[in-house]
Design a protein around this ligand. Structure first.
Ligand code: GLY
Length: 577
């Protein structure tokens, strides 16, 4: 950990532990929004100023992210939305994950020689699941919002039509995916509209996407899943050799699920249930860690125990998790404190456990793309939203006339059990594709609630989402503010490979040496001992907001690793103009 943050962590831990004897305030003093793009944050804040609630703002933010971050998410993809409805006091998890088309049987992903067809799994029509995000907008507006979609989608429609300035990540991402994207006429029409690939500072206009969003605003569900847009989506997929049909589009539905809940010290943690793997893993890791007072430990010892909790949670993730509508997930067992206590008892505080002493099979890694936003409104409603098209620019396929860049989420299924996926890891049966099934995800939108403080948090980052959210929770628990939580240095262990990965500069040489002395392998920048790759880049794009109920203050933090993100807080007076 960077020395100054490490020191802060240690200094603040004792303060975080003592509850303040002051009456909590009833309501947040205003609104807070954090997202990975300033235009999305501003759109959400504008909806709140106009009298909308956090759910209306979530639609606006999510839709604008879909327009300005096609690299990460979009209405051709899916997402998870964790809601807190202040009027009822209820938390609900909206699962808008993509579903498997009926045609996507495992044999479709094999070459003539019976080999796994990676191109088919990642690129073009067979890579895409049936999108969920448009149905989530309709569901949120109908059940929780106070404004029509014509208002909440208006900023996204305007930005799609008028364009937004291309930033570095889009230019670089397009370069990496150009060969695939330029296969498809509908994609060329959008990304090569000027005859050349998008360049930083150019305006990227998406008029067909604007029209599709308008139809969604006018006709609701039928504007996307039936009629003109659905016909074009099916025609575009099938023209490239895919096999979508009208019935599976017209029958897509979001699911409302009960979130996972557990205690960690003073906090009630509310988080993502299956088909996310994140909430179960978080419950295991934090309940294992609750057996120690991390504040009393030095950095080597603390990191060792956190890594050992990661190792055990990721081992279990492999065996049991999939779409709960298709497979029986032993959620009660996996999230119980007693089970965590059993896992804790297997940890040697003085020595790393070699991963091959824990039985199981390797864990899938999902992609680094994806995006997250966090919102609190002045009524106390909250939304944590994480959404994705999977890999950079998803499948690369835009069915002509729709502007809808389709996801490549099918690669999050175990398409060929026993064969490594895009990230070199194996699949497993609970996550095999079946018609209408949702693929396993790591997206982990999360709430932390204590008598003193409420926080909304999440990040993209594939399977590292789960460990980044864990480190964020530990950061809040240590008393860090929202911005400091987004800046925390990151490390990750996922059982297999048996190695600690980390961002550059996460560990001082002394801490790295201390971890090695306990028997850990580290994969650090320039480190050849553990395979030679190291981690020279930064991870994640953490977006969080928090409300201090005692001080009556709101905070928002946007990851400093992302120059186009934005966190905003506004007092209720300015908000209610
Ligand atoms: N495709 C990334 C995830 O769902 O975790």
């Amino acid at each position: 950990m960077k020395p100054f943050l490490s020191l802060l962590f240690v200094l603040l831990l004792p303060f975080a532990a003592c509850a303040r004897d002051v009456r909590p305030t009833d309501m947040p003093p205003g609104h807070a929004v954090a997202s990975a793009h300033a235009l999305a944050t501003e759109a959400g804040m504008d909806v709140l100023r106009d009298g909308g609630n956090a759910f209306d703002a979530a639609i606006a933010v999510s839709a604008v992210l879909s327009v300005v971050e096609p690299i990460s998410s979009g209405i051709g993809g899916g997402g998870f939305f964790l809601l807190h409805d202040a009027a009822t006091g209820k938390d609900v998890f909206i699962d808008a994950r993509e579903t498997s088309p009926a045609s996507a049987t495992p044999d479709r992903y094999l070459t003539d020689n019976g080999e796994f067809d990676r191109d088919r799994a990642e690129n073009g029509p067979w890579a895409a699941g049936i999108p969920g995000l448009p149905a989530a907008f309709v569901h949120l507006a109908d059940r929780y919002g106070s404004m029509p979609l014509s208002r909440t989608l208006a900023p996204a429609i305007r930005i799609a039509r008028e364009g937004f300035p291309v930033y570095g990540r889009i230019e670089r991402g397009y370069r990496a995916r150009a060969a695939v994207m330029e296969r498809y006429p509908g994609t060329r029409e959008v990304f090569l509209a000027n005859g050349v690939p998008p360049k930083e500072g150019d305006l990227l206009r998406q008029p067909d996407l604007a029209r599709t969003l308008e139809l969604l605003a006018e006709k609701g569900y039928d504007g996307f899943y039936r009629g003109e847009v659905a016909d074009k989506l099916i025609a575009g997929v099938n023209a490239e050799g895919g096999q979508w049909n009208a019935t599976e589009l017209a029958s897509y539905e979001v699911k409302e699920r009960e979130p996972i809940r557990f205690r960690y010290r003073d906090w009630d943690i509310v988080t993502a249930p299956p088909p996310s793997s994140g909430g179960i893993a978080l419950a295991q890791m934090l309940q294992i860690l609750s057996g120690w007072n991390l504040a009393e430990l030095d950095e080597v010892q603390r990191t060792h125990l956190v890594v050992e909790s990661m190792r055990r949670a990721f081992r279990d993730r492999t065996f049991y998790l999939g779409d709960p509508d298709f497979v029986k997930v032993p959620q009660r067992l996996l999230t119980s404190p007693d089970y965590a206590a059993g896992l804790r008892a297997t940890i040697n505080p003085a020595k790393a456990t070699p991963s091959d002493l824990l039985s199981g099979a390797p864990t899938p890694l999902e992609s680094d793309e994806t995006t997250h936003f966090s919102i609190i409104d002045a009524q106390g409603n909250r939304v944590a939203g994480t959404q994705t098209v999977n890999l950079l620019f998803g499948s690369g396929l835009i069915p002509p006339g729709t502007g809808v860049l389709l996801n490549n989420e099918m690669d999050d299924f175990a398409l060929k059990p026993g064969t490594p996926n895009a990230f070199g890891v194996m699949g497993f049966e609970a996550n095999a594709p079946e018609p209408g099934k949702r693929m396993l995800s790591s997206m982990t939108p999360t709430f932390m609630v204590s008598p003193q403080r409420v926080a909304v948090l999440g990040t993209p980052g594939g399977s590292r989402i789960i460990t980044m959210v864990l480190l964020g929770i530990l950061g809040y628990d240590a008393g860090l503010d929202a911005q400091a939580v987004t800046a925390l240095p990151r490390y990750h262990h996922q059982w297999m490979p048996d190695v600690i990965g980390a961002e550059s500069d996460t560990f001082t040489p002394e801490v790295a040496e201390g971890l090695r002395a306990l028997g850990h392998q580290l994969n650090l920048p320039g480190d050849t001992a553990a395979g030679g790759r190291g981690s020279s880049h930064v991870w994640g794009n953490f977006q969080t907001v928090s409300w201090d109920r005692i001080d009556g203050t709101l905070e928002a933090g946007s990851d400093p690793r992302n120059p186009v993100g934005r966190a905003m807080v506004e007092p209720a007076k300015a908000a209610a103009r």
